[in-house]
Ligand binder design. Structure first.
Ligand SMILES: *[C@@H]1O[C@H](CO)[C@@H](O)[C@H](O)[C@H]1NC(C)=O
Ligand SMILES: *[C@@H]1O[C@H](CO)[C@@H](O)[C@H](O)[C@H]1NC(C)=O
Ligand SMILES: *[C@@H]1O[C@H](CO)[C@@H](O)[C@H](O)[C@H]1NC(C)=O
Length: 450
């Protein structure tokens, strides 16, 4: 019974992480673990023009997580899902927005997240002019839209931003509203409105709660703030694009080290080499952490020229880095500089007995087996024999997908979005029933200190 309970919990967690199990796209740019499987071919499909490219520096109107923790960003009539999803029309996900109102843009958005209030728990609230819309799983709640003044008495119309603030982040379960430099804390139960000024914070156009932190977007920048006091600690503002959007290029003045350690955009691939150095890849950059925890960031172009960017999977074997991108395998000898072995790239199928693209791969020390994760299955390929064959196909027991994985003295590390899980062995990783402790990639793996 207990086991069953654990299994259900693990399944629920895995589901929560990736409801659609969408696999990594080998072009990389759409490799968003949180990509919504919904309306990829709907109305939104044609709207991929440059003006809608988030990497060109769009100032969003509103942001929230959906019920499953997928970030939603609103701009004009468009909606962006996840950190790399393309522009879609917001009215294809939130149909009634147009019935009641010509959708110019959404002023503010939030996800009610108060377990004590089951009626509204996990409902998404969208604010347009004087109206508020309440959605649950993309369905408009009966009786909505309503006047903002009816649902949130004392709160003005034409808001700039809004964010949920559950207890104990705020003194009681609250919503924080932003308009100009006016800040309103609205108590969900008490309906009490407390006006505040956040002295050192710029006017927010977006307020966004993510992984328990509070972010104010202003222009192209964002700051992390204390929801009670508006205090900003640490080095802010920072560039939104580096941390909340997967982009190929960043300004020369950007702090690559901080961005790559602290970014919320998922890693593409990770490995540790024989000397204990960790290499983590994301978009056009990679992070190298040596055994002394000294971390450096560089471009893939510079250290692995032929690969350029957007790696799918990397594993280390006999002092070489095996790097997989789409259908090709690149093998680099580790050194200063890293050198591509002669004859590479070669087809993944020919070299490993399984066709690319794959999602993740890892080799545990002193073994000759590379474990390959592809489409919810794991395969073993014996590297000591040729020709190589992908054998021993097994389903992954509880993780619905894996973005990247590595194996080292601490066991198997599997990365899913912003989180990673550690397993003592490959066997436990494959067949285990219980989801291990969830840890943060930025904080617990890459040493981001905020
Ligand atoms: C959705 O919004 C677009 C752009 O504002 C508009 O052209 C379209 O008619 C709307 N679709 C629906 C179903 O309301
Ligand atoms: C912030 O909003 C107030 C209005 O509430 C406005 O007077 C002020 O100029 C704004 N500040 C900036 C930097 O835009
Ligand atoms: C970390 O690595 C960089 C680049 O290799 C080097 O310049 C720096 O001195 C190293 N720092 C430490 C503390 O070892």
């Amino acid at each position: 019974m207990k086991l069953l309970l654990c299994l259900c919990l693990a399944l629920a967690l895995a589901l929560a992480q990736d409801p659609h199990g969408k696999k990594k796209d080998h072009h990389g740019q759409a490799g968003d673990q949180h990509g919504h499987g919904g309306d990829h071919h709907g109305h939104g499909g044609d709207h991929h023009g440059g003006a809608l490219d988030r990497c060109k520096g769009i100032e969003m109107d509103a942001a929230t997580e959906n019920e499953e923790g997928i970030p939603y960003f609103f701009k004009g009539p468009h909606l962006y899902k996840g950190f790399s999803g393309k522009a879609e029309l917001a009215n294809s996900s939130f149909t009634e927005l147009d019935d009641h109102h010509h959708l110019g843009h959404v002023d503010a958005a939030l996800r009610m997240h108060y377990k004590d209030d089951p009626t509204h728990h996990d409902h998404i609230f969208l604010f347009l002019d004087n109206k508020v819309f309440s959605y649950y799983q993309h369905k408009l709640e009966v009786g909505y839209p309503k006047e903002i003044s009816e649902v949130f008495p004392g709160i003005p119309n034409h808001l700039d931003a809004a964010v949920e603030c559950p207890n104990p982040d705020c003194d009681e379960d609250s919503v924080i509203f932003f308009k100009g430099d006016d800040i309103y804390h609205f108590g969900i139960k008490s309906k009490k409105v407390v006006e505040k000024t956040f002295e050192n914070m710029p006017n927010c156009t977006v307020a966004f709660r993510y992984l328990g932190h509070y972010y104010c977007f202003h222009g192209h920048k964002f700051s992390k703030f204390d929801p009670k006091t508006g205090e900003v600690h640490g080095k802010y503002p920072k560039e939104i694009r580096g941390y909340f959007v997967r982009c190929p290029k960043f300004g020369d003045d950007s702090n690559h080290l901080d961005r790559e350690r602290c970014s919320h955009v998922h890693l593409d691939a990770i490995t540790s080499d024989d000397a204990g150095n960790i290499y983590a890849f994301r978009g056009h950059h990679f992070i190298r952490e040596d055994a002394d925890k000294n971390i450096t960031v560089d471009t893939i172009e510079k250290a692995f020229k032929e690969l350029h960017s957007d790696v799918d999977a990397v594993f280390s074997y006999q002092n070489n880095l095996y790097m997989i991108k789409g259908h090709q395998l690149f093998v680099y000898r580790v050194g200063e500089p890293h050198t591509l072995l002669e004859g590479y790239p070669k087809p993944v199928k020919q070299e490993l007995g399984i066709d690319g693209p794959i999602e993740a791969a890892f080799v545990c020390a002193d073994h000759h087996i590379v474990h390959i994760i592809k489409e919810k299955h794991i395969y073993d390929v014996d590297l000591s024999v040729k020709p190589r064959v992908a054998a021993n196909q097994r389903p992954l027991s509880h993780l619905k997908k894996v973005d990247a994985a590595m194996c080292g003295p601490a066991g198997v590390t599997a990365i899913v979005g912003n989180h990673f899980y550690r397993y003592q062995s490959t066997m436990i990783f494959v067949a285990g029933r219980i989801l291990p402790l969830q840890e943060r990639v930025s904080k617990d793996l890459l040493g981001c200190d905020h």
